[in-house]
Design a protein around this ligand. Structure first.
Ligand code: ZN
Length: 263
């Protein structure tokens, strides 16, 4: 009996291993897409509940992170040298893959989050007296502002802690073709937030007016989307979902907002 059980276990392990090798080989060839952050290459990226084939299977980057690195690598005004090199950087809700791509080039790199214990600062982005005025050249917050009760106050705080001409770099979920940001403080249950804003933990869904809000808060805004890159780059690094989502709250067209603090 013992021998039979052992043979069964070996057979099961063999099947699992073989299946994993077949899947991994199938995903790796042909090399149609390449992550511009971790350099994984393969047939296609992984799907999530909103979009097919948009997340890197190795580093889990999404379109917003790859758009950011595409700008650093392929634009003149927003290049690594101009934005990251020797700068003091504060990174909210830090994604490991973004941090490891910029940390070594910065003069100083610090992380912040309201909940996570693994960050340098445990602060609320909309009220952070711990951070001095004009103390960072760059503040990065990707998909943070939709979680914050008062995002306009958060923008004021980021503006305060930036050095003159410093740069806030933001991404937010923006529903396609929504002109005005939709928020309602009476919508508080996870179920209602999911239904109205697309996620149980979101307090709003942004519209096209986000750019004007940034300008009103004292920033000059450059919005980077996939349209500034070549067709080949767009397709290869998946800077636009290969298939647009039909979900009524979907963000199909991602933008990275580079916001220079006005003097
Ligand atoms: Zn990757």
């Amino acid at each position: 009996m013992h021998l039979i059980k052992m043979i069964k276990n070996i057979a099961r392990a063999f099947v699992v291993k073989t299946r994993s090798i077949v899947q991994s080989t199938w995903m790796s060839y042909p090399k149609k897409v390449r992550c511009n952050i971790c350099n994984w290459e393969g047939r296609r990226f992984l799907s999530d509940s909103w979009h097919n084939h948009i997340n890197c299977p190795k580093c889990r980057s999404g379109i917003r992170q790859r758009l950011f690195f595409a700008a650093l690598h392929h634009t003149e005004n927003l290049s690594f040298d101009k934005i990251i090199h020797r700068k003091n950087i504060l990174h909210f809700a830090p994604e490991k893959i973004v941090g490891s791509g910029i940390r070594n080039k910065a003069a100083h790199y610090a992380t912040a989050d309201f909940f996570r214990p693994d960050c340098d600062f445990k602060v609320d982005v909309s009220n952070m007296p711990e951070i001095k005025n004009e103390s960072y050249d760059i503040v990065i917050a990707f998909d943070v502002l939709e979680h914050v009760p008062d995002y306009q106050k958060a923008l004021q705080e980021v503006h305060r802690v930036l050095t003159p001409n410093g740069l806030g770099i933001f991404t937010v979920p923006q529903k396609d073709n929504l002109l005005v940001t939709y928020e309602d403080p009476t919508i508080i249950t996870p179920k209602d937030r999911l239904e109205h804003f697309g996620h149980w933990d979101h307090r709003r869904i942004f519209g096209d007016d986000f750019c004007q809000t940034l300008e009103r808060k004292g920033f000059s805004v450059t919005a980077v989307d996939e349209t500034i890159f070549s067709e080949d780059m767009k397709r290869r690094h998946v800077l636009l979902p290969p298939t647009l989502s039909k979900h009524p709250l979907a963000t199909n067209f991602r933008k990275v907002f580079f916001c220079q603090k006005n003097l």
